[in-house]
Design a protein around this ligand. Structure first.
Ligand code: NAP
Length: 260
């Protein structure tokens, strides 16, 4: 039956926001599959954190842009734990080089769409099908799917159009799967972070230090932390938003606010 510790898959759980989400979910009583692309040591260290918090952690290497790898991720999860109660589509990459949209090439576009959009789209499809079967079998109840998008879903940065397009696509992914999965009792959420202090934003730290601390980019004048994003995920994961689905949860220090 659907009792016992719940199980989450967190893509890109080895570092940054994903790592924060894994640790917070373990603290909230989840066993967690820590997906990663290449950084096995980091993923194993995060699994150790899960164990320290009384949970079970499993590191699974899978490039989410690849069909076989996505299947491997789901099979490994079901093989180890027999259920999936929560999918957090977190893994994502920035362009290797920020390039003006009048110059930017197709290679970067294909890479970002593959990892940031196609990967979550088809992983969500795969996991949703499995969740429907698991609900029917009475193994899980009220599973959820979360997408970590970005303020780039609606903010135009002309030197990383590929990233913005991939994140805008995620916003539609959430609407689509929300509409399709509600009848099965699966809620879907978009968590939309602002500027968060991770490896991804390391190369632009000085620029954002100035924008946040001196120029008032965000009403709350500090960098976001992975733990800020993780708290929103835990709220969903612990059933605090049962009558909300398709909801966008801004975790951005108020960046989205228009002021006059
Ligand atoms: P990060 O520190 O660079 O970590 C990226 C994570 O994704 C790593 O765990 C990495 O695994 C994994 N990953 C990369 N490519 C992958 C692939 N093809 N398949 C599976 N896993 C892959 O990034 P972050 O800042 O935590 O960002 C996490 C998510 O939040 C991304 O979707 C990002 O777009 C979004 N976001 C970030 C910010 C921000 O300011 N940082 C703001 C808004 C949204 P390895 O360790 O193996 O490399």
């Amino acid at each position: 039956m659907s009792g016992g510790r719940r199980v989450a898959i967190v893509t890109g759980g080895s570092r940054g926001i994903g790592r924060g989400i894994v640790v917070a979910l373990a603290g909230a009583g989840y066993d967690v599959v820590v997906n990663y692309a290449s950084n096995a040591d980091a993923a194993k260290a995060v699994c150790d954190n899960v164990v320290e918090l009384g949970g079970r952690g499993l590191a699974v290497q899978a490039d989410i842009s690849l069909t076989e790898d996505r299947q491997h991720l789901v099979e490994e999860t079901l093989g180890a734990f027999g259920r999936i109660d929560l999918l957090v589509n977190n893994a994502g990459v920035a362009p290797n080089v920020r390039a003006d949209i009048l110059d930017a090439g197709e290679e970067s576009f294909d890479r970002l769409i593959g990892i940031n959009l196609k990967g979550p789209y088809f992983l969500t499809q795969l996991v949703a099908r499995s969740m429907i079967d698991q609900i029917a079998a009475g193994r899980i109840a009220d599973p959820k799917i979360i997408v970590i998008s970005s303020i780039s879903a609606y903010t135009a940065s002309t030197n990383r159009g590929d990233y913005c397009v991939s994140k805008a696509g995620l916003a539609m992914l959430v609407k689509l799967f929300t509409a399709r999965l509600a009848e099965h009792g699966i809620n879907v959420y978009e968590v939309r972070p602002g500027v968060i202090e991770t490896d991804m934003t390391g190369p632009v730290k000085q620029k954002y230090d100035d924008l946040i601390l001196n120029q008032g980019l965000t009403p709350i004048r500090r960098w976001g932390q992975p733990s800020d994003v993780a708290k929103a995920v835990v709220a969903v994961a612990t059933d605090l938003l049962p009558f909300s689905t398709g909801q966008v949860i801004d975790v951005d220090g108020g960046f989205h606010l228009r002021t006059l």
